[in-house]
Design a protein around this ligand. Sequence first.
Ligand SMILES: Cc1ncc(COP(=O)(O)O)c(C=O)c1O
Length: 426
Amino acid sequence: MFGSTKQCSCKMLIQIQHKLKQLIAKQTTRACSLKFKHDLSDSLEERKYENEQYDETDSEITFRFKDLTTKLCEPEQLRTKPDVTDLKFGHYFTDHMLKIFYHSKLGGWQRPVIIPFENISLHPAAKVLHYAVELFEGLKAYRGVDDKIRVFRPDLNMGRMNKSALSSGLPTFDGHELIKCINRLVEVDQEWVPHSESSSLYIRPTLIGIDGTLGVQQSESALLYVIICPVGSYFNGNDDSVSLLADPAYTRAWPGGCGDKKLGSNYGPTIRVHNRAIQKGRQQVLWLYGPNHEITEMGTMNMFVAYRNEFGEKVLATPPLSGLILPGITRQSILQLCEQWKDVRVEQRTITMDDVIKWQKAGRLLEMFGSGTACIVTPINSIEYLGEIINIPTIEHKEPLYLKVRESLHAIQYGHIKHPWAQTID
Ligand SMILES: Cc1ncc(COP(=O)(O)O)c(C=O)c1O
């Protein structure tokens, strides 16, 4: 009796396997026609990429928010929330995560799912593990003074993420669909958004190539996932200024490279240089480029320099998006705000170490600060360069620009003022 049940279930299994094979064959035909569509648009995609004008709404092949399903944690799976006064960046994750697979053989993007937070399982030959076929984003949700949760300029992160995907041969998608899925994830874990104006919820979308094959080729399968974590403030009061090590022996990005994309491969190799800065008693690296020691970025932040020009005008300068600079969303926001204020001349220009030394010696150097989602605005107090210490008077002014910028962004992010950059998640 037992033996015949076993035989019968084996037969059934073979039949099911056969049916599945037929089904996959059908889907592969569909995938081929979709792939063909993709190939046709390749040159167009490439042109958009070259022009930095990628419009994610053009993505024909995408997952859809309407297909999103949610599997909530069982009560015993819920994690203990950390104290908001003790939020170490990137150490605590919420109860759920978003996952979306891409398999070209199955027609491309699969249905998005929100599931309890879990480890991911990868083939040991997965492209991400060998060739760093990986990109990520970083954006934040803030609990406003009205208790509403707002996400800061997510559309810009989506545009940047698609550009990173194109540069890595990973699939693109409609950014609006991902924003809606992320908003749902934040809504599901909304109690993790700190009830505090010195904390926020960091959102980390990640896209990895998961083909289990060795060889530097395009990954035909990928996993897009989003994890979120409550994070504390990077700054305490006004004196959170940092010192930098500027060593022309190291370069973060170069022309024709991919320093302007948010690829994991840009970050790993910087750790050694960062450690060197720490050993020398500095907190961050000031990344220089070329024979003129051009200032590019600081740590993982964009750079701003405020100085008085030869006509006595106050100028806020930042290096141009020449391919060496990550197009930061905070950078763009600061430029837009300062252009509206009109009390400072805004310039995107090359800044060399010689310029900084010249302005400092002439008493015309006012401020230097870094900008980024994680810490918003970080003032700089000194730079170690070729064995000398250059003092930067950023925090010595009565009404420094960095503070005005920081406070203005804070007011937008925490809903003190109504602003289109801060989008409520409902
Ligand atoms: C290298 C680098 N530069 C600048 C930034 C700042 O960009 P954003 O303002 O979009 O956070 C980041 C952080 O994403 C970065 O990793």
